[in-house]
Each structure stands twice: as C-alpha cells, then as structure tokens.
Design a protein around this ligand. Structure first.
Ligand code: FMN
Length: 140
C-alpha cells in the first residue's frame, strides 16, 4: 500500500550547509525504507513530498515533525496512490534560487514559494512541473 504525503515548513537554519545536511540524511535513510520524494527549498521555506509504504511514510513524517531544524510544519496533502510520481529520487532537490521565476508565477500571485498561501493540490502541481522541466537534481 503506497501513499504520498506533502507538507510545508519554515527552516530554522537557512544556511546551504544545513540544507545539505538534511539532504544527506534523507539520501542515506530513504533507500533503506523505500521512500522516494522531492525536497524543494526557497526563501526559507521547505516543500517536501514523500512517498512509499504507509507505515514508512507515517514513521518518517513523525521523525520529520520532531526535527528542530524547521518549524510551522503544515500538512498539505495526503493520499493513497497506485504508483509513485517521484520514484526516480531517493530525495530529489530543487533550489528555487536557481530557477526561472515564471514557473512559480504560474501557480501563485507572486514569484515566491509560498505553499501556506495555496492549496495542497497547487503545490503538488508545482512539484510535478519542476520534475517535468528537469529542475530537480540528485537523481539516484
Ligand atoms: C525539511 C526536512 C526534511 C527531511 N527529510 C528527510 C527524509 O526525507 N528522510 C530522512 O530520513 N530524514 C529526513 N529529515 C531528517 C529527519 O528529521 C531526521 O533528522 C533524520 O532522519 C535522523 O537521522 P539519524 O537518526 O541518522 O540522525 C528531514 C529533516 C528536515 C528538517
């Protein structure tokens, strides 16, 4: 039974080293538990999609919720799925600072990542667009 979960949060430490350390952990742990997904970061905000087995996703989300490196965790979307959308990434990374702003404007009023201001479905559509435009790095 596969599920997909999407949440947003605000980074406490916004340094590139802090973001890199989070990605390193994700890429170390996720293959072991069969988790795949995307971590998008921009302007101090994380948007992360995780997919995998229901128990594994639940467990990981519990761990992530307790992580002091971010705050204001908001669950945006959760669904049971037939197949993965981000199956090619143990945890793909999108650094929005390096992106063309038009992709953000497509889904929001301002060219900023603000998942708190839009529906979960819109944020998921943005992630899928990023994937389609090959804006994600870290394929394993
Ligand atoms: C925004 C964010 C995203 C994270 N994503 C993942 C993830 O996909 N997989 C993972 O194992 N840990 C992730 N973590 C880290 C976990 O919260 C936790 O620190 C880590 O799994 C603990 O690993 P350790 O027991 O080896 O130190 C994330 C943390 C943050 C703040």
């Amino acid at each position: 039974m596969l599920v997909r979960l999407l949440y947003a949060s605000r980074a406490v430490d916004t340094s590139p080293a802090a973001i890199e350390a989070i990605l390193e952990k994700a890429r170390e742990h996720n293959p072991v538990s069969g988790i795949t997904g995307i971590l998008c970061y921009g302007g101090g905000i994380f948007l992360q999609a995780i997919e995998g087995g229901r128990m594994q996703v639940s467990e990981l989300f519990g761990t992530i919720l307790a992580d002091k490196r971010h705050k204001d965790v908001a669950l945006l979307h959760y669904e049971e799925i037939f197949e993965r959308r981000f199956g090619g990434w143990t945890m793909g990374q999108v650094n929005l600072a390096k992106l063309n702003h038009s992709i953000l404007l497509k889904y929001s009023e301002k060219p900023e990542l603000d998942p708190y201001a839009v529906s979960g479905k819109v944020s998921l559509a943005l992630l899928e667009d990023l994937m389609a435009t090959a804006a994600i790095c870290g394929r394993v």
